[in-house]
Write a protein that binds this ligand. Structure first.
Ligand code: UDP
Length: 342
């Protein structure tokens, strides 16, 4: 298949691009490099530096079979203070992309949605039919795109899949080059814990220790980025089975959670980091992060039934791969023979 990957210079987009190439697809990456890295675009993919609002000439020239759409702003705290960036980039930008796709008759799309569309759940595990009540503009801006896709599927015969990610972690480690998480502003638990393990930060704050969970810390559903990538390839295959377009076919919008179906607490993640890195990784009790639900766990039954997808990599594997990636990026911090002085 010829596939356009938006946001293919980012963490998840670059890993999915690499997996698409390995599976024999032709890939063009569209990324404005606002947060991505040009050197993360896997060799073998064409690269166009442009935003999703500028996709028209690329789609006009490319004869693409499908789009896999990752490009987005994704920092929850930033979305609270600058919501306009989220509505503009994520929602208005996606609408422009869909209109370009419609103009050039590319009507298959796999979209990176998020568990943040659900907000605080009444019950776990979270089903795709659970209420969607996002508690921040990031989740709301992504939920709006899910609604856009439903209406484009119905009215314009798009064949669409929204994949709602839970907590993505890990890296793609290969001798030819590795891909992983390297954000300018790091807010996620596992990369922060690895920075602490490496001595780059003094200590980890355990945000909330009196939640109604077994050890008092928050429970999240962590999923390996390679398992996530596998689901994208399956979703693409599913969308391509339908002859989407005005000639008939299409018209379906599938929404699927991508999670492991089980949870790990913040303290369990820290234990895993200590085990894998062999470093002390100091952690101190700290206040709750505002708006953090106690437990978020996905039901992945639908992904299993419809995509035939099951995650295969556990938390230790995620931490271990993320640590390998971290060591490749910052060998001076993690080499046991080094003095760690940078
Ligand atoms: N967390 C923490 N300390 C940190 C970063 C995160 O205790 O320095 C907690 C956070 O409160 C949440 C969990 O780790 O319960 C996962 O947070 P993350 O930001 O990785 O993902 P989120 O679930 O917010 O999307």
């Amino acid at each position: 298949m010829r596939v356009l990957v938006t946001g293919g210079a980012g963490y998840i987009g670059s890993v999915v691009t690499a997996e698409l190439l390995e599976a024999g697809h032709q890939v063009t990456v569209l990324d404005d490099l606002s947060t991505g890295h040009a050197d993360a675009v896997p060799a073998g993919a064409d690269f166009v530096q442009a935003s999703i609002t500028e996709a028209d000439p690329v789609l006009a020239a490319g004869r693409f079979d499908a789009v896999v759409h990752f490009a987005a702003k994704s920092l929850v705290p930033e979305s609270m203070t600058a919501p306009q960036l989220y509505w503009q980039n994520n929602t208005v930008g996606s609408l422009a992309l869909l209109e370009s796709m419609r103009r050039h008759d590319v009507r298959r799309i796999v979209f990176s949605s998020t568990a943040a569309t659900y907000g605080e759940p009444d019950t776990v595990p979270i089903l795709e039919s659970s209420p969607t009540r996002p508690t921040n503009p990031y989740g709301a801006s992504k939920l709006a795109v899910d609604h856009l896709l439903t209406s484009y599927a119905r009215a314009h015969r798009f064949s669409a899949v929204s994949l709602r990610y839970f907590n993505v972690a890990g890296a793609r480690i290969t001798p030819q080059g590795s891909l992983g998480e390297r954000h300018a502003t790091e807010t996620h638990l596992i990369p922060i814990a690895l920075q602490v393990a490496a001595g780059q930060r003094e200590q980890l704050l355990v945000n909330g220790v009196h939640y109604p969970t077994a050890d008092g810390s928050c429970v999240r559903d962590y999923i390996h980025v390679l398992d996530l990538a596998d689901a994208h390839l399956r979703a693409l295959e599913l969308a391509s089975r339908e002859p989407a377009g005005d000639g008939g076919g299409g018209g379906s919008h599938l929404i699927c959670n991508l999670g492991s179906g089980s949870g790990s607490s913040v303290r369990e993640v820290i234990e895993s980091v200590r085990r894998i890195t062999g470093r002390p990784t100091p952690a101190v009790d700290a206040p709750n992060r505002p708006g953090d639900p106690a437990v978020l766990i996905a039901s992945n039954d639908k992904a299993a039934a419809v995509l035939g997808w099951r995650p295969t990599r556990d938390l230790d594997q995620m931490v271990s791969d993320a640590w390998d990636f971290f060591q490749q990026l910052r060998p001076e911090l993690t080499d046991p023979r080094g003095d760690g002085d940078v």
